[in-house]
Design a binder for this molecule. Structure first.
Ligand code: BGC
Length: 759
């Protein structure tokens, strides 16, 4: 087993004492050998089967007679059951009624918290705060394990550079370096340094691989890219999670090189196991096996055999393994060794979780009552949410004073059910803190808060219905658009300042929530325009699960605070930041484009042979557009504060790095404003000449610092050969000699630069 040293950007793995590890492995092997010797072929195949229990379904398939199947030994695990008593009952069937009493593994989509919900992962990633992110996963693990769960389908580490893709909400944005650090922090948080502890759970890295590169941002769509790009830009976070010791990996729905990941032997065996030395188990995504029939790979028997042979061990919901692989074995398209191997890996996972020692290890009903949604966890979630918000614009409007009259308008203002965002399976939506509750609590009797909804989510009721599923209602108002607007304008007229809680609903991002238009929806934007016409200061509280196209807003609204979906404590956290009790410090992990037409969009682009000089709009015969510049509205790494930070010029300890040597780059950062503040100091590097083309800049380091007004701090980064490595055209991981540029600054656009050479 491996565990990782905590630290902001340290990706190094330290191995447990090797001999202790060997003894543990030997004990496990002996145990599993003995158990497998007793198992029938059917029982082995049963371990590979993962049906869903409960009423939460995302696909068509559902499994019946689960209890009977468990008793027969035809089930290896279950997922998305909520409640420790229920789980205990189900486990009882497995360990008391099945022949070999093999315990089940219980999974769940614990994506950003269990019942205490943290910001959606995209928001969380904007904190750039690894201890904080790790802690959020730790809290999730404590709560989930107290409720019987020992396996989470997280972290989701898919790089996403196309904001049309709704699942951008579930990951850490566009950058492989930041994404890798977060992937490791999450695995550490879930698994701790001992998976068999009662309050740690097994991580499942997903969706392997390239799921975020779906063409045109349409969910589940084809991906197609060069191997050089895979290795340099899309693979790093999956590999980082594997290096951190993640116990399992989930195959993605999409194809890779023309073969769905679920049947892709190169991906699952060559890359994952042979190159990365992954030794856990691989599960399909939901009905990933039968979906390969629609992909056009053959019937259920064929695709199931392909999947097992590729190196997939567990079949989520599809029942392809359960129903067909015995026959394939008879026909000789599969070997018994292949079935044994998959079964062994699943039993090993159960062993590592300590389930054979005590199948009820995660079924402590007392913990279930005392360790979930506690005041302490909610406090942590509130603090964490404040760190995820990104201040995009502030023309001297924020922070607000707790005085006078504040008009709060917009469909997200009184929307407790939407605060947790997408994938919050275990949350109790009505217990979330809405914006209106948070604001009222914060001002108490010092200021007056007037509220009007002002607009529905969209003019189109059907679209709103599609975008408010799973109980995340926005309580559509039956009045006319005009009546709603007039009511809002009336309270706006009485106010000193207007806060507009607008944007997307929680389910407008997430799975199967791709969009072609990323503007603030119609009626809301109209209302925003009317509110601005009052001439009063307007703060846009932007709710979204992805970057939105807010060029117009960036020019016309005086203050914009991007609040994503902040989790169960969102309303209080929003009030903390609006009133300046917490100074915002979030930085975007995904660029905000000007237009959907620019997508996919990311800062680490290639230069092309005809680059447009930075800051320019259009030049004939350059790589650009006639109608918009190539720039972002808000670039990667961007985010303001209520204070101002000043950066000195970069100091390099040397301008030459020898092989095996290193240099230091440092800057002095000073807080020149009047508020305590946190700043994420960012390091980017450009390899000027390479054997393959290299991006115009790549994030290679970051440090989050806290400064009081008037305070300064020296921030330094070590640059060594390792940091300059990339996968070349032969997929060798190398650092090539020559000239490099180094940039340090407050975001990926506003940077100062220096030059050095690698010998
Ligand atoms: C999603 C996965 C999720 C699984 C189980 C699928 O539809 O793609 O991310 O873990 O369902 O709920």
């Amino acid at each position: 087993m491996k565990f990782i040293k905590a630290g902001i950007v340290l990706l190094a793995t330290i191995h447990m004492n090797a001999s202790a590890q060997t003894v543990t492995d030997q004990k496990m092997n002996k145990f599993v050998d003995a158990l497998m010797a007793k198992m029938t072929l059917d029982e082995k195949i049963g371990q590979l089967n993962l049906p869903q229990a409960g009423d939460f379904t995302t696909g068509q398939a559902s499994s019946s007679n689960i209890a009977q199947k468990i008793q027969e030994g035809s089930v290896g695990g279950l997922f998305n059951i909520k409640g420790v008593e229920k789980i205990k009952d189900v486990q009882k069937i497995a360990v008391e009624k099945s022949r070999l009493k093999i315990p089940l593994i219980f999974g769940m989509d614990v994506i950003h918290g269990y019942q205490t919900t943290f910001p959606i992962p995209l928001g969380l990633s904007c904190s750039w705060d690894m201890p904080l992110i790790e802690r959020s996963a730790r809290v999730a693990a404590i709560e989930a394990s107290a409720q019987g769960i020992n396996w989470t389908f997280s972290p989701m580490v898919d790089i996403s550079r196309d904001a049309r893709w709704g699942r951008a909400a579930e990951g850490s944005g566009e950058d492989p370096f930041l994404g890798s650090a977060i992937a490791q922090a999450m695995v550490r948080g879930y698994q701790g340094d001992d998976l068999s502890r009662k309050n740690t759970i097994m991580a499942c890295v997903k969706h392997f691989a390239l799921y975020g590169a779906a063409e045109a941002g349409r969910d589940y769509n084809t991906t197609d890219m060069s191997h050089v790009r895979m290795y340099n830009e899309y693979f790093p976070p999956y590999k980082a999670a594997v290096d951190a010791g993640a116990g399992s990996v989930m195959a993605s729905f999409n194809e890779v090189d023309g073969v769905p990941a679920t049947a892709n032997r190169w991906l699952m065996t060559e890359v994952l196991r042979n190159q990365w030395k992954f030794n856990g188990f691989v599960v399909t995504d939901y009905t990933g096996i039968p979906e390969m029939i629609a992909h056009g790979l053959g019937d259920l028997k064929t695709v199931s055999a392909l999947s097992l042979k590729a190196g997939v061990d567990m079949d989520m919901v599809g029942e392809g393994f359960l129903g067909t692989i015995k026959e394939s074995l008879k026909e000789g398209t599969l070997t018994e060794d292949q079935i044994n191997m998959a079964c062994r890996r699943i039993l090993e996972a159960k062993y590592k979780l300590g389930l054979f020692d005590d199948p009820y290890r995660y079924c402590d009903v007392k913990r279930g009552k005392t360790e979930v949604f506690t005041p302490a966890f909610r406090k942590e979630a509130r603090q964490t949410a404040t760190q995820s918000f990104v201040l995009l614009k502030n023309d001297n409007v924020l922070p607000l004073k707790k005085q006078g009259t504040i008009a709060l308008v917009g469909p997200l203002a009184d929307a407790a059910e939407n605060m947790t965002g997408t994938w919050s399976v275990a949350a109790e939506f009505s217990k979330s803190v809405s914006v209106i509750q948070g604001l009222k609590r914060a001002v108490a009797d010092k200021a007056k808060i007037l509220y009007a909804k002002g607009a529905n989510l969209t003019e189109d009721a059907k679209l709103e219905e599609n975008a408010t599923m799973f109980g995340k209602t926005l309580h559509r108002d039956g009045r006319t658009t005009e009546d709603l607007k007039q009511e809002a304008l009336k309270i706006a007229a009485q106010a000193d300042v207007i806060v507009a809680a607008m944007g997307e609903s929680a389910e407008m991002s997430g799975e199967s929530s791709s969009r072609t238009n990323l503007d603030i929806p119609d009626v809301q934007k109209d209302l925003l325009k009317e509110l601005l016409k009052t001439g009063k200061p307007v703060v846009l509280l932007l709710f979204c699960g992805r970057p939105m196209t807010i060029s117009w807003e960036s020019k016309n609204v005086p203050a914009i605070l991007n609040v994503w979906f902040g989790g169960s404590e969102a309303g209080d956290a929003i009030a903390d930041v609006l009133f300046g009790d917490v100074n915002p410090s979030g930085k975007l992990s995904m660029s905000f484009p000007q237009s959907v037409g620019q997508l996919p969009f990311y800062y680490a682009q290639k230069n092309t042979g005809r680059p447009l000089p930075e800051g320019k709009w259009f030049e004939k015969f350059r790589s650009n557009y006639l109608d918009v510049s190539n720039d972002a509205v808000y670039p990667f790494g961007y985010g303001l504060s209520y204070t101002t930070f000043e950066y000195s010029q970069i100091k390099l300890s040397d301008t030459t790095i020898n092989r095996g040597g290193s240099i230091t780059a440092s800057v002095r950062v000073s807080n020149k404003g009047n508020h305590d503040g946190k700043e994420v100091v960012q390091l980017y590097i450009r390899d000027m000449v390479g054997s393959i083309t290299r991006p115009v800049k790549e994030l290679k380091g970051f440090k989050k610092i806290s400064l009081k007004p008037g305070e300064s701090q020296d921030v330094s980064f070590t640059i060594n050969e390792e940091l300059l490595k990339f996968y070349n055209g032969d997929l060798k991981y190398v650092a090539e000699p020559g000239a490099f540029k180094l940039f340090i600054g407050t975001n990926s656009r506003d940077l100062s630069e220096a030059n050095f050479n690698l010998l």
